[in-house]
Structures are given as structure tokens and as C-alpha cells.
Design a protein around this ligand. Structure first.
Ligand code: DOR
Ligand code: ZN
Length: 395
């Protein structure tokens, strides 16, 4: 396929030739290379970016398919410009078994809209103590996390870090000291962040801090990076957009204050933040009424981040694109993804940066509609998603 009339993130006109699932050529005047049977896609001036990669995504298979299943999750990903997601293990049963994780990845691959890495829990069934399954992890498991909780025992966490160091596994951390969070969720995040940074430094085990939301946590991460701790981090679109006086939608970590948002944006500018992670957390209306935390995020992530960071805060689109594609690709070890260089996978997205649009939750592809952005006007609409040279979404 030849894509014509596209514009790069830096604003240069470009064409892309896609062949055999890879990017064959990028630049101007590629028409001469086109074979007769190869189709042409007119991008009509839209911006082309590497498709997005979500480090932090909750689909709900197995156990909670009434909230999201692999098919609706895949459709939501494609509609949001994503072609790869890193799935969290808070399923029922909890994802502690490598063979079950492998099956999920195969099923997602068969659906064909998106690829997935399925993470495993740190403690078996989230019981907080048993980490025996980590000792026999197969080679293909590279990420463990207790997302939704933190691991409360420092001793258990230390032992997990020691095992992960030997096996080259990255610990993903939902930082929450759950003894403290009922009365001070800020202190709960800050304390557990610092503890995990010390463990990462001590064992030289790769640590990824999920959904960082406080000034204290991001500043501790910046300091740790400076000291050579092997840590990366993500921030979510909702923690960049909202302050709790404007919207106190229930989510963990909670929506914070203006000073925290400022700290996260400063950390994006200074290169401390490695990635945007959606924390896509679908819930039914009934579960939300009962207090379930989280919001769907795959389909609004780019618009929220483009509007907040690029339109309002003047951050270059090249940096946002890095945070949504190359940054997460690097953390996940996906060498052929996150880039539009020839030879990389033909995974890309066309976005319209100029026409404002209104988020309508009823039009989301996700099975759940827990979207506080309903009715919000954004810039940066995902128009076309392409995975392996095949169109997986067309607005
Ligand atoms: O708000 C949240 N929802 N935070 C989490 O850590 C888990 C997630 C979920 O699974 O619903
Ligand atoms: Zn979490």
C-alpha cells in the first residue's frame, strides 16, 4: 500500500510504502515504486504517526467479560490508534499461570486488531505472600505486576525483585501502601514509590512505575533515574487532564491537584516520563455505582494528550508521539515497533489535528461506557489505524 499526502509529526509532507507488513520506504516521490496491484490510500493531509502502544491496559478476560472481552477490547484499541497492549493480571482467576497468559496472547492475535502481552501477578492469586510461581517463569514472561493493589510486604517484594533480577523480568508497580491509602492516598503512593525505587536500586532489577500521579512520586523517580536506578515510568491521560476540584471521578490513584499535574507536565518536558499508559479500566454502570475505580481510556488517550500537552502546553507532537509509541516499545522490548523507519512493522495511525470533536461515550467501541470525558471537546482524532499493513480501524 502507498500512503500519500500525509504529514509527519514534525510537519513535513511524506509518503509511506508498506509491503509484507513492514514499512518499505518513507519520503517523497514513492509513486514510481508502486506495483500495479498495490492500493493507494490518500491521507488528505492527515498526520501519520507510529501506532500507539499501551503499557497499562485492563481487558477483563477471564472472569469479568461483562465489562470488556478480548473482542471489544481489541476494537477499542484499534479505534484509539493502538496496535499493541500490555494487559494487567487482575482477572478472575488472577493471572498467575504462564500458560493462561500465553493463551490470552494467542486469542488476541487471532482477533487480528491488536497484539498483546499478558502480564502475570507478582504474588499468586494476589495473596500477598506466595511468589513460588516466579521461580519457574518461562522465558517469554517478562513483566509482573500486582496492579490494582501494591504488594504490601517489603520482604515479599524484595524476594520478588531478587528473582526478577536473575530472570531479566521487569517489576511493574502500582504504588499504593494499602494500610495508608484509606486515610491518605498521596502518602500511600509516595511511600510505596520510594520503597520500590530502593529495591530496584539495591537489586538492579528493572522497575516500571505505573500511573504516577503525585509530585512526590515523580520527583523521587527523577532523583532515582539520576542515581542510575533502572526505573521507567508512565503517566495517564486522566492524571494530566483533570484536577480533583474539577472532576473527582473515582479512579486509583485518585485525581490529584493542580500542583501534581504541573509536576507531571514538567517531568514530560524534562524527559523523566517514559510513556503514556491509559490504565483503560472498563466497568459496568452497576459496578461504578458500587464504587469500582477506573475509567475506559483507549479511545480518548490521544485526543486528551494532544489537546492538553500539544495544544494547551505547547509540547511538540514529536515528544507526545514518542511517549505513546517508541517509549513503550522500548520498555516492552518491541524492537520493530514504535517507529516509521523502513524495516519497522507497518503499524501506524493517521490523525486529524485540526478539526475539533466531542467525545460521545455511547459511540465508544469498548463494552463499558465509564468515561468522564463524555461531552468534552478535543483535538486530535484518530482517523485510520493500520497494523501490519492492514487497516484495522477507519473512522
Ligand atoms: O482505577 C483503577 N482501576 N486503578 C487500578 O489500579 C485498577 C483498575 C481496574 O482494574 O479497574
Ligand atoms: Zn493500577
Amino acid at each position: 500500500m502507498l500512503i500519500r499526502n500525509a504529514v509527519t509529526a514534525a510537519g513535513q509532507p511524506t509518503e509511506l510504502l508498506l509491503r509484507d507488513g513492514k514499512i518499505a520506504a518513507v519520503g517523497q516521490g514513492l509513486s514510481g515504486l508502486l506495483q500495479p496491484q498495490e492500493p493507494v490510500l490518500d491521507a488528505a493531509g492527515k498526520t501519520v504517526l507510529p501506532s500507539f502502544i499501551d503499557l497499562h491496559c485492563h481487558w477483563r478476560t477471564p472472569g469479568f467479560e461483562y465489562k470488556e472481552d478480548l473482542t471489544t477490547g481489541s476494537a477499542a484499541a484499534a479505534a484509539g490508534g493502538y496496535t499493541f497492549v500490555n494487559l494487567m493480571p487482575n482477572t478472575k482467576p488472577v493471572m498467575s499461570d504462564p500458560s493462561m497468559a500465553w493463551q490470552i496472547e494467542q486469542q488476541v492475535e487471532q482477533i487480528g486488531l491488536c497484539s498483546a502481552n499478558q502480564t502475570l501477578s507478582i504474588t499468586r492469586n494476589f495473596d500477598g505472600t506466595d511468589i513460588d510461581h516466579l521461580k519457574t517463569l518461562p522465558e517469554n514472561v517478562k513483566f509482573i505486576t500486582e496492579d490494582g493493589h501494591g504488594v504490601q510486604s517489603a520482604e515479599v517484594m524484595a524476594k520478588a525483585f531478587a528473582i526478577c533480577h536473575k530472570k531479566g523480568v521487569t517489576v511493574m508497580s502500582h504504588a499504593e501502601d494499602m494500610d495508608i491509602s484509606p486515610w491518605d492516598y498521596r502518602l500511600a503512593e509516595d511511600i510505596e514509590t520510594v520503597r520500590n525505587l530502593y529495591l530496584s536500586q539495591y537489586y538492579q532489577t528493572r522497575l516500571h512505575m505505573c500511573h504516577v500521579s503525585t509530585r512526590g512520586a515523580i520527583e523521587a523517580i527523577a532523583q532515582a533515574k539520576w542515581n542510575g536506578t533502572p526505573v521507567t515510568c508512565e503517566v495517564t491521560p486522566h492524571h494530566l487532564w483533570y484536577t480533583h476540584d474539577v472532576c473527582d471521578y473515582r479512579v486509583n490513584p485518585p485525581i490529584r491537584e493542580a500542583d501534581d499535574v504541573q509536576a507531571l507536565i514538567d517531568a514530560i518536558r524534562s524527559g523523566v516520563v517514559d510513556a503514556i499508559g491509559t490504565d483503560h479500566a472498563p466497568h459496568s454502570e452497576e459496578d461504578k455505582l458500587k464504587g469500582a475505580a477506573g475509567m475506559v481510556g483507549l479511545e480518548t488517550a490521544f485526543g486528551i494528550c494532544y489537546t492538553k500537552l500539544c495544544v494547551q502546553e505547547n509540547i511538540p507532537l514529536t515528544l507526545l508521539s514518542h511517549l505513546m509509541s517508541a517509549g513503550p516499545a522500548k520498555i516492552l522490548g518491541l524492537d520493530s515497533k514504535g517507529s516509521l523507519e523502513p524495516g519497522c512493522d507497518a503499524d501506524l495511525v493517521l490523525v486529524d489535528l485540526d478539526t475539533p470533536y466531542v467525545v460521545e461515550k455511547e459511540k465508544l467501541h469498548s463494552k463499558s461506557k465509564n468515561c468522564p470525558f463524555d461531552g468534552t471537546t478535543l483535538y486530535g482524532r484518530v482517523c485510520t489505524t493500520i497494523k501490519g499493513g492492514v487497516v484495522t480501524y477507519q473512522a
